[in-house]
Design a protein around this ligand. Sequence first.
Ligand code: FES
Length: 187
Amino acid sequence: MRNAKISRRGYLSFLADVLIAVIAILVAIPALGYVLTPLRRSSRAKSGETPFSDAGLLADYPAGQWRLVTLEIVQEDGWRKTRVRHSVWVRRLEASPVASAPGEGAGGITVLSAICPHLGCPVNWHPDQSQFICPCHGGVFSSDGRHSSGPPPRNMDPLEFEIREGRLWIRWEDFKIGVAERIPVTV
Ligand code: FES
């Protein structure tokens, strides 16, 4: 009789232990998720790829004109979130571009970084002269971003883009300044 009581007590104690373990696991899973998610985001960020930013409706871009667009990019590093703004020049040549493609001049769209490849000043479009001019050291680029004169060592930098359901999406990218070769810089 006494033995039966002990084994019953032992069984109940075992059940209580199992219950505590299950509760501990249920509490730990969301907590672990909270801790690990930013680390996963951080390692994705370290892959160097900035996500595409929505640059608005394609139909809102006047055909044949350069337009300065500000992209807002949210950078996540662990639990830290920072918003960064970058300016890009966008031109839509055709009334209805047909395809999405990365690079210069594809599908009637050109997207260029507004950062001068010489020393990083913002490049301005001068419609009266049909050229881009950098105010810092007088670098000049043609209407399609090719280097014409002055110290910049290369053309303006084209950026990757996609057209999704009539909207333009642009992927911001930093390039090394002051060198002839276009070298992506990962933060
Ligand atoms: S920074 Fe543009 S010409 Fe020097």
